[in-house]
Unconditional design. Structure first.
Length: 306
């Protein structure tokens, strides 16, 4: 029999996670509102249960060992599941039915199939407690791995690839350039990237792979932006800026094709020298079966084909 089931307590996990997060026993004890001797005793107990040392002491504080890393990684999921259990029981007491936490890449938060899928799921699951959070893919994937999100919709960041990730393709995508519908560049024929570098641009932040690709290709052509680009991934802000100026912005084609007319934008007829992966839904294969999560992914797949 697995001794962790009978001997490891939630308090032990909380202690180990707090030490990892705070960097030493004193700060961890303060965070948990217990004494340092009490946290030292609790750490000794959990190390006895596990049969391994969990932390090394260094001049810079405590550092998790390999065993410590493993306990912290899975312990965070246990704590997240405890929070979710509490929320589910609270929802039942309130008469609600089920809970789902969805992360969406900020650039895709206004993608029509995503909103349609959420509406269909709410209609299907009466009383559903639904939480939606947008952000960059790296942060969202960290939350998926920590168990605080059930599914993430966006582009799969292969740098964060894990064996437990289950990736469901939704739709192909590419990056396009868009301008206001009265932009001077629209009067040009045989438009090319050379015609655009003299105008101001809105680009993703400097470390973004799309920006890196674009700037590398321009450099290879002996080109550079005339003005320092404005760095922003906030689509609503970017759209307002472009509508009232000669700025050029980048957009996912899946969003641009849906919204260009209503936002009074024109998609420029050029192929940008950048590539991105398809839109996907990412979940975890090592978690318990979740009918609401799986239903949302199925609905998203259907809506993306409309």
């Amino acid at each position: 029999m697995n001794p962790l089931r009978s001997r490891l307590k939630i308090r032990h996990i909380q202690v180990v996670v707090a030490i990892a997060e705070m960097g030493n026993l004193l700060r961890a004890a303060q965070a948990l509102n217990i004494t340092q001797p009490a946290i030292s005793k609790a750490l000794a107990e959990v190390e006895d249960v596990v049969g391994e040392r969990l932390f090394d002491r260094t001049p810079f504080g405590t550092k998790p060992t390999l065993a410590g890393d493993a306990l912290i990684r899975y312990g965070l999921n246990v704590l997240a599941d405890m929070d979710r259990m509490h929320d589910a029981l609270s929802a039942i007491r309130r008469g609600e039915g089920g809970q789902l936490r969805v992360g969406v890449f900020s650039l895709m938060s206004q993608w029509a199939p995503f909103s349609r899928a959420l509406i269909r799921l709410r209609a299907m699951a009466t009383g559903l407690s639904l939480t939606v959070e947008d952000g960059n893919m790296e942060d969202l994937m960290s939350k998926l791995d920590a168990g605080t999100l059930d599914v993430v919709v966006g582009r799969y960041p292969y740098a964060n690839q894990q064996s437990h990730h289950v990736v469901r393709g939704l739709a192909p995508d590419r990056i396009v350039a868009a301008v206001r519908d009265a932009h001077p560049v629209l009067t040009l024929s045989n438009l090319s990237i050379i015609d655009l570098v003299g105008y101001p641009w809105i680009l993703p932040p400097e470390r973004n792979i799309v920006r890196i690709q674009l700037e590398m290709e321009l450099k290879a052509l002996g080109l550079a932006f005339k003005a320092v680009p404005l760095a922003s991934l906030a689509i609503p802000v970017n759209v307002k800026l472009v509508q009232s100026s000669d700025l050029v912005m980048l957009m996912p084609s899946s969003l641009a094709l849906e919204q260009a007319d209503s936002w009074q934008l024109e998609i420029l007829p050029i192929e940008l020298p950048v590539s991105v992966g398809p839109l996907v839904a990412i979940s975890r294969g090592d978690r318990v079966v979740d009918r609401l999560r799986d239903a949302l992914i199925e609905i998203l797949s259907e809506e993306a084909k409309v």
